[in-house]
Design a protein around this ligand. Structure first.
Ligand code: ADP
Ligand code: MG
Length: 200
């Protein structure tokens, strides 16, 4: 991937997190501790601040470095999990991935997140968006379809009962609210899919 492309992806993700930080905070206030918006904003602004250096690296090294930066800056439960997602993606992806490479690497990265979080889809977390996005990638869905699938998957966490993370402390009272990490994941998927589409 060209440096300019990676740099635009970094800008797009940081922009969407900044634009939705208050919404993410509100979601986390309802069934968590209300720090998710600030956590994500801090992390993605830290990545944006070093976008030039990250973009100069080959894609695998760039993703690993971004993941490491996210672990160091996001904090909370989500920092190590998003960090793991990017680090594992960097470990698995070739320098010039085709669609099948991306789908395969994304699958491995999700496994790494699930191992780190001792979690799986169906527990009202970011994995409830990551998993359907992976399936859509495997099925060769269009970027527009993948964006819609991610949004619908985040919406589908509303009626779920949280079984992992802080929201799980609320038991049945976690039902009726969208998971903050599922929402931030859907926002990232949209930003990346739309930035890649614009280039194609
Ligand atoms: P914290 O919960 O420590 O305050 P954040 O608010 O930044 O951290 O992140 C919360 C989000 O992290 C949740 O909405 C959920 O999507 C995700 N999350 C928390 N624990 C897990 C886990 N064990 N596996 C997967 N995702 C998780
Ligand atoms: Mg929180």
């Amino acid at each position: 991937m060209a440096a300019a492309d990676l740099s635009r992806l970094i800008e797009a993700t940081a922009n969407t997190i900044a634009a939705h930080a208050e919404e993410l905070t509100r979601l986390d206030q309802a069934i968590g501790d209300g720090d998710h918006g600030l956590n994500m904003k801090r992390g993605f602004e830290a990545v944006r601040a070093e976008a030039g250096a990250f973009s100069a690296k080959p894609l695998p090294e760039a993703l690993k470095a971004i993941g490491t930066k996210l672990v160091m800056t996001v904090g909370g439960a989500s920092g190590p999990l998003f960090g793991t997602l990017f680090m594992a993606l960097g470990k698995e992806i070739p320098a010039a991935p085709d669609r099948a490479d991306l789908a395969a690497a994304f699958g491995k990265a999700i496994e790494a997140v699930a191992a780190r979080g001792k979690s799986q889809a169906g527990q009202k977390t970011m994995l409830d968006v990551l998993q359907p996005v992976h399936e859509a990638l495997l099925q060769g869905k269009t970027a527009a379809d993948i964006v819609e699938i991610a949004d619908n998957a985040a919406d589908a966490t509303v009626p779920m009962k949280a079984l992992r993370g802080r929201a799980s402390f609320l038991g049945d009272r976690s039902i009726g609210h969208m998971d903050a990490g599922a929402r931030s994941t859907a926002l990232l998927v949209r930003a990346v899919a739309e930035a890649i589409e614009r280039r194609a």
